[in-house]
Design a protein around this ligand. Structure first.
Ligand code: TYM
Length: 331
């Protein structure tokens, strides 16, 4: 059976980008594939989070994953740092990763620009750790948002290089999960910026109260309306349509598209109202479940423990085989 794997950094609550970029695919895939979904707590360390906050965020994300509908009976749900085999594979894959390519990674350059005083080696080798996450279970598919495309490409390169160096056909080249109906997508922020993201501070969270969602959507950047018929939309208006497409019906999207193309004005208020209503429809039931699950520490602990056991079984097999290929077995 094909293997699916994906991860998330525990740096705060889940937002619409995480949900529509990744979670909706997880929910489909857990029905048909062998799935590994994990919380990338080592990846979160690049920014040196407060230990208490990190710990609380791991629990938050786990509760939110479960509330979204991930089923620990169907998928393996685990925390990255519970699987030391990933760290060993990371060390080994670092030998296949070159400084030049790591320095050219878009996410590295962006983070280095944002935080010039904290350009640490963990940040530089972030894509190698992500490759180790994926290759430790030899995953076939990785359902992620478009922002992770380059990391996936690098994973394929490290896998190919390893296979070539040792003359084996061991690691598969993992593919992004993109069916016809569900391409890799990028959910934009409501501030007119490219991407909804925690560090961008422009998120709608699954835990947001309806009032907060209405306020955030109302505050989205707009203008006076189209300047004529059939003009192209500026990015910040296109962004609203991108979100409308994932939360609303196709008829609703066509309705507002028609208003735009007719060059009409004064309908942004209605569009925003509709958008907020449909976002709330998606998030409200999840928000209720999050609150229940978060208070159930016994359940969360049991899920984490069982997940770690299952993940380690598969990871240990890979490490045994990789050590043998490399020549690290003794006698
Ligand atoms: P992270 O924690 O930033 O996001 C988790 C998932 O949510 C998706 N996502 C988005 N999708 C569309 N639009 C957005 N605005 C948006 N924001 C976030 C991400 O694509 C991702 O699928 N490096 C990864 C975590 C990771 C990982 C892995 C993923 C570590 N190891 C192995 C896959 C496989 C990250 O920082 O995602």
């Amino acid at each position: 059976m094909d293997i699916v794997l994906s991860g998330i950094r525990p740096t705060g609550n889940l937002h619409l980008g995480n949900y529509f970029g990744a979670m909706v695919n997880f929910l489909k895939m857990q029905e048909t594939y062998k799935c590994f979904f994990f919380i990338a707590d080592w990846h979160a360390l690049t920014t040196h989070p407060d230990p208490k906050a990190l710990n609380a965020n791991v629990k938050n994300v786990l509760a939110e994953y479960l509330a979204c509908g991930l089923d620990p009976e169907k998928s393996t749900l685990y925390v990255q740092s519970d699987v030391p085999e990933i760290a060993e594979l990371y060390l080994l894959l670092n030998m296949q990763a070159y400084l030049g390519e790591l320095e050219k990674t878009v996410s590295f350059k962006e983070k280095a620009r944002q935080n010039p005083n904290n350009v640490n080696a963990g940040l530089l080798t972030y894509p190698v750790l992500q490759a180790a996450d994926i290759l430790i279970h030899n995953a076939d598919y990785v359902p992620v948002g478009k922002d992770q495309e380059q990391h996936l490409e690098m994973t394929r390169n490290f896998a190919k290089r390893f296979n070539h160096r040792y003359g084996v056909d061991y690691f598969k080249e993992p593919k992004a999960f993109a069916s016809d109906s569900q391409q890799m997508i990028k959910i934009p922020g409501l501030d007119g910026s490219g991407k909804m993201g925690k560090s961008e501070g422009n998120c709608i969270y699954l835990t947001d109260e309806p009032k907060a969602i209405e306020k955030k959507v109302k505050g989205a950047l707009t203008d006076n309306g189209p300047e004529g018929e059939n003009t192209s939309k500026p990015e910040y208006i296109e962004n609203l349509f991108t979100i409308l497409k994932v939360v609303s019906t196709p008829e609703m999207v066509t309705h507002y598209d028609n208003l735009w193309n007719a060059g009409e004005q004064r309908w942004y208020g209605n569009l925003k109202k509709q958008l907020a209503e449909d976002i709330i429809k998606t998030t409200a039931p999840i928000r209720e479940r999050i609150n229940d699950i978060k208070n159930n520490d016994d359940y969360l602990n049991e899920v984490i423990k069982k997940g770690a056991e299952k993940a380690r079984e598969s990871a240990a097999k890979t490490i045994r085989e990789v050590r043998e290929i490399i020549g690290l077995t003794k006698l």
